[in-house]
Design a protein around this ligand. Structure first.
Ligand code: NAD
Length: 498
């Protein structure tokens, strides 16, 4: 039973059938007049990049959002601007740009832009003092044409349906970019988990899982940790689902503890994948890891892991931050000492670490470093602060940290941005391995997991870089074209029901 497809066949697709794309210089939608801009281009013989002047056709119809405030703009302009630069609008703009390159018809564009399922649930929780409090939760299946829906669960006071829809869409492209057989999903609850006791957190999680029962399952939708959720929360999810089935179902979530079917290597997988992506980007630029300084925004599961891996690999990690601020030392920070400091002082922030100067998150983004790794939330590099960003390699550990307007500025400047759907895909790749191991009830060693993940990441990076070079696209545009193209091709192949 096919799901849907546009009237006209879309692009035939092999691994990424670049030759089947509308030709360079052809009259494809979104092409504008030629202009000259400064960017990096890979040399013919080697994989080094050199700065050259090239003619560059703008690709796609990414709206020129966040342009300068027009003179006499009406009151409420800023609010409108914020709305237009929401994660969901950013995701739609990226889709539109990829659809232009692929020459997708309107029906296919509408299909890919529309989430397949959106579930909003009430999550009533009995607080420890006896009060009843009701939280709002969401689960969005963006697209399941290539396999079961896959995506994290976020607990955060700023969670919104728009954000969850965007994150679900990015999951769809991410799974397609690295070639794993999942669709895209995301979920979240509007809550600040720091205000809950452990028992309240468990009640919230179990009730949320119970509300999602009709749409989750190893063949339907497999949640995982995201911001403010962890392996314990996945264990409660798995237990709630299993109790309702009457038997253990480890494959219903990934990112679980090892004791109940988790995978070796899953804890550090996203961070390790970010490191592999960075190393490939540095190779493109002919640089060694030991030569570069790195600033990392976010010191959670992804950011702290990246800091540790990069420090151990010889990079100079000069700054890290969390929601409360950051710390900077130009001679380098030791992530293990940072973690130790947090544990020893009971402090929830790295900003109080005595081994460096305290800085704000905005200051961290503007540091004079070679590499910037946003690993916190979306929308942190925007038109209003992108000019201050000095790094010439950005590897997106977080999902959606760069708005389309800022992305364009960075691309024009020649900054190499390794996009989220590629850079942080190590996590979902090992989640896929965890799901495979759970279904087979046969488990792999950590070396095997890491080795296979590295192969997946390097292959995907190579495909994206090759398409970027061939089509003169940015890495983000190329990754989007591959992801969107593979999903569109799956739709076309399955056909439309009825
Ligand atoms: P986490 O909750 O473990 O850590 C988030 C970190 O960001 C914390 O250090 C927090 O203090 C910091 N933070 C929150 N708000 C901030 C703000 N306004 N400014 C600066 N720092 C802020 O979450 P995580 O799992 O590390 O996820 C981080 C990002 O990586 C998210 O965008 C997530 O979607 C993405 N991601 C996570 C995974 C994964 O496997 N966990 C996989 C792929 C992508």
């Amino acid at each position: 039973m096919g799901e849907a497809a546009g009237d006209r066949p879309c692009v035939p697709w092999g691994i990424i059938a670049a030759g089947a794309l509308p030709g360079r210089g052809m009259n494809r939608p979104g092409s504008g007049p030629e202009r000259t801009s400064r960017r990096w281009q890979r040399g013919r013989r080697g994989r080094r990049w050199s700065t050259v002047k090239v003619d560059r056709r703008p690709v796609g119809a990414t709206p020129g959002i966040l342009d300068e405030r027009p003179a006499g703009a009406a009151p409420g302009y800023e609010e409108l601007l914020r709305e237009r630069t929401s994660a969901w609008n950013a995701a739609l703009a990226q889709l539109e740009a990829a659809a232009d390159v692929l020459g997708l018809d309107q029906g296919m564009r509408d299909l890919l832009a529309t989430p397949k399922r959106v579930l909003t649930v009430a999550v009533p929780v009995r607080r420890d003092d006896g009060r009843l409090e009701v939280f709002e939760g969401y689960r969005v299946h963006h697209n399941v044409t290539r396999g079961p829906a896959k995506g994290g669960i976020r607990y955060h006071p700023m969670v919104s349906l728009d954000e969850v829809k965007a994150l679900a869409m990015w999951m769809t492209w991410k799974c397609a970019v690295v070639g794993i057989p999942f669709g895209g999903a995301k979920g979240g609850v509007v809550v600040d988990p720091a205000t809950l006791s452990m028992v309240e957190l468990e009640r919230l999680t179990r009730r949320f899982a119970a509300e999602l029962l009709p749409i989750i399952g190893p063949e339907k939708d497999i949640p995982a940790p995201d911001v403010n959720t962890d392996d314990q929360i996945m264990a409660w999810f798995m237990d709630t689902y299993s109790v309702n089935q009457g038997y253990s179902v480890p494959g219903v979530v990934t990112g679980k503890p090892l004791a109940i079917g988790g995978s070796e290597g899953r804890g550090g997988a996203t961070s390790l994948g970010v490191m592999y992506s960075l190393f490939m980007a540095l190779k493109e630029r002919g640089r060694q890891p030991s030569e570069v300084s790195v600033a990392i925004q976010g010191f959670g599961k992804v950011g702290a892991g990246v800091a540790t891996f990069l420090h151990d690999a010889g990079c100079n990690v000069v700054a890290v931050s969390d929601v409360r601020g950051g710390v900077y030392n130009r001679r380098g920070l030791n992530p293990q000492a940072l973690g130790k400091h947090r544990r020893a002082t009971g402090s929830s922030t790295v900003a109080t670490f005595p081994g460096g100067d305290r800085i704000s998150n905005e200051e961290l983004l503007a540091l004079h470093v070679d590499v910037l790794i946003p690993a916190a939330l979306e929308g942190v590099i925007r038109a209003d602060n992108v000019d201050a960003v000095q790094a010439d390699v950005i590897v997106e550990g977080a999902n959606g940290p760069t708005t389309p307007a800022a992305d364009k500025v960075l691309d024009d400047r020649g900054c190499l941005v390794v996009p989220d759907v590629l850079a942080n895909a190590g996590g979902v790749t090992v989640s896929y391995f965890e799901w495979v191991q759970d279904i087979q009830a046969y488990f792999w060693s950590e070396d095997e997991v890491n080795h296979r993940m590295r192969q997946v990441m390097e292959r995907a990076y190579g495909q994206v870089a090759d398409l970027a070079e061939e089509r003169r696209l940015s890495m983000r545009q190329a990754a989007q074209v591959i992801g969107v193209g593979r999903v569109a091709e799956a739709h076309r192949t399955r056909g439309l029901f009825p």
